[in-house]
Design a protein around this ligand. Structure first.
Ligand SMILES: Cc1cc2nc3c(=O)[nH]c(=O)nc-3n(C[C@H](O)[C@H](O)[C@H](O)COP(=O)(O)OP(=O)(O)OC[C@H]3O[C@@H](n4cnc5c(N)ncnc54)[C@H](O)[C@@H]3O)c2cc1C
Ligand code: FES
Length: 275
């Protein structure tokens, strides 16, 4: 894990209130101890590294306020890294107004990502809601590279809130649900998930999105006896297990730190067997 200075190389607006920021590494900013392969590269290696479900803490060089970086899932790694930013508040608004060539401070990759299935006999289904699409588009591309067939269920409030829709449709079987019915099926993303799990016993489910959606996905998966991993969000200050600000209670009443124990968890650990 490194704290590095990066430069924005490209900006895209994939949907209303969203931007994709692509960045390259300029230099290591602070000498955090490198964790070998998991790091963003030791000196001389200009690559951005990370696995689907891992995240980075990001801020611009905008002075002191807001002082804390914000957490974003990695969407792409390699010569360039990429994050999807949904403009919801002070920090994301500043990031969304940045320009090509501006500097970013990027800490990462952080946390534990999804554990990729070794056997995919029962089928693989990815379930995304809102900005939860960010780690899942990365996961879908990683699985597609490995030749894994997958179904992608993507829920949103409306058709204008679907970043990466075409990109996902290009690599796997995509079903969209919208709450207003403007695109795809009208309703919640759990409806096609229930259908999928009825005809695909022992499927692997990967989900990221609002907590109410994740709870529903965990419930549907538990009923179908499907293994389900969920990537959680929680307000974060440090992103690396120090401040304890991201603590949540798991199904057994133990504290888990989303930044260092997660963000990806087995859903039964968080929501129990009968959520
Ligand atoms: C592991 C992880 C991965 C994330 N990945 C992405 C991503 O890929 N794309 C993306 O757009 N956002 C992502 N987020 C959420 C993002 O970090 C928050 O939206 C951001 O911190 C808000 O900062 P702000 O200064 O704009 O908002 P603030 O002004 O701080 O808050 C605005 C609103 O957002 C809520 N909020 C603040 N922080 C969080 C948070 N961490 N989680 C949920 N709600 C929050 C506040 O309660 C408030 O309602 C992720 C969060 C985590 C923890
Ligand atoms: S964000 Fe500080 S411990 Fe998790």
């Amino acid at each position: 894990m490194d704290y590095l200075k990066a430069r924005i190389t490209r900006i895209e607006i994939p949907a209303r209130e969203h931007v994709i920021l692509r960045f390259t590494r300029v230099s290591n900013n602070f000498p955090f101890p490198s964790q070998g392969k998991a790091g963003m590269g030791s000196s001389g290696d200009r690559h951005i590294e990370g696995e689907p479900g891992q995240f980075v803490m990001v801020r611009g060089s905008w002075g002191t306020h807001p002082i804390l970086p914000r957490a974003f899932s990695l969407v792409e790694v390699g010569k360039e890294g990429a994050i999807l930013v949904r403009n919801v508040g002070e920090g994301t608004n500043l990031l969304a107004s940045m320009k090509q060539g501006d500097e970013l401070l990027v800490l990462g990759p952080l946390g534990r990502g999804f554990s990729l299935p070794s056997q995919t006999g029962g089928g693989v289904v990815l379930v995304a809601g809102g900005v939860g699409v960010a780690p899942l588009v990365f996961l879908a591309e990683r699985l597609a590279d490995r030749g894994v067939e997958q179904v992608f269920l993507y829920g949103a409030r409306a058709g204008a809130d679907l970043p990466f829709r075409d990109r996902i449709g290009g690599i796997c079987d995509l079903t969209i649900t919208t709450e207003d019915g403007s695109v795809g099926e009208k309703g919640l993303v759990t409806a096609p998930l229930e259908r999928f799990l009825r005809s695909n016993l022992s499927a692997s489910v990967f989900a990221c999105g609002p907590v109410a959606m994740l709870e529903a996905v965990a419930r549907v998966s538990a009923r179908a006896d499907a293994r389900c991993q969920v990537a959680l969000e929680s307000p974060m200050a440090c992103g690396m297990g120090v401040c304890k600000g991201c603590a949540i209670l798991d199904a057994g009443g133990e504290y888990r730190y989303v930044c260092s124990d997660g963000p990806a968890f087995e859903s039964v650990k968080i929501f129990g067997r009968e959520p």
